[in-house]
Design a protein around this ligand. Structure first.
Ligand code: SAM
Length: 262
């Protein structure tokens, strides 16, 4: 998968060199290209912002640098182009990349969104600063590419770089070969299938007793059916406690007979 990220703070994306994403890059599973938006400015001060039409506080990011940046990236070709990535797959790149615009005024970025984005060969992220990007940029590229305006939560950050780190990590861990154990995300909170709309319950490891606290006996039983039932009950209890909204929208068909007694 190829990821292009355009930002005025390239150094903010340095965490993409470490841990899971860093290893995926080193192994050629992810081709991440971070671009400094200011390289597409032409004045002495490398200006990327200006005052808002209609007045009001704050500044707005100018459309010209974003337009030049996106044109250059799209023209640079599809995934694998000009890189040594092992994932030379070009499937879907004839439609161009999906442009991901982080914004608090977008639709919520959820695990389902992460799964959808993980199926794409090429994503371009446009983390903004100030009051955001001139609307005409989103309109322009919305007519030629698939644009997704996504929010990572109901709060406002100073810039889109942290949301990009969040989204890239959520997507990258779903890519084949990135997690050591391909099954690892099967039981995660929100995972499609058995965990759809549920939070994961508690987890334990050795030692069997820590500071006088043991672990639930069922986990030592070796009885897979009972363990699965216990885990599901825990997930339901935890979801009811912390996210009753998720239980309410749970598809009744996805509940089994024992779930209904809750
Ligand atoms: N005036 C904007 C509003 O109220 O919708 C907020 C702009 S915010 C200060 C600057 C940038 O940070 C946004 O354009 C976006 O890129 C990013 N950002 C802030 N909060 C975000 C969130 N919850 N999800 C995604 N991106 C966010």
């Amino acid at each position: 998968m190829r990821l292009d990220i355009v930002t005025i703070f390239p150094e903010y994306l340095e965490p993409l060199n470490v841990s899971l994403v860093g290893k995926a890059r080193a192994r050629g599973l992810l081709d991440v290209r971070v671009h400094d938006l200011r390289q597409w400015t032409h004045d002495r001060h490398n200006t990327v912002d200006d005052t808002p039409y209609g007045g009001g506080p704050g500044m707005v990011m100018k459309p010209e640098p974003w337009g030049e940046a996106l044109d250059a990236i799209v023209a640079s070709g599809g995934p694998g182009e000009g890189s040594d990535t092992e994932d030379g797959s070009r499937g879907g790149s004839e439609h161009g990349p999906v442009v991901v615009v982080p914004t608090p005024s977008g639709s919520p970025f959820t695990q389902t969104t992460a799964v959808e984005l993980a199926a794409e060969p090429w994503l371009v992220f446009t983390p903004a600063r100030y009051e955001g990007i001139d609307r005409r940029v989103i309109e322009e590229y919305g007519e030629r590419l698939r644009v997704r305006e996504l929010s990572i939560g109901d709060y406002v950050l100073a810039g889109g770089e942290a949301p990009v780190l969040v989204m890239v990590e959520a997507v990258a861990r779903l890519l084949p070969g990135v997690l050591g154990n391909a099954e690892s995300h099967r039981d995660d909170s929100f995972a499609p299938g058995a965990m759809a709309d549920l939070l994961e319950g508690p987890v334990y490891t050795k030692p069997p007793v820590w500071r006088g606290r043991g672990i639930p006996e069922v986990l030592l039983s070796g009885h897979h059916g009972r363990i699965a039932r216990w885990r599901r009950d825990q997930a339901l209890h935890r979801t009811a406690r912390y996210r009753p909204d998720l239980i309410e929208r749970c598809d009744p068909a996805a509940l089994d007979a024992q779930d209904r007694v809750l």
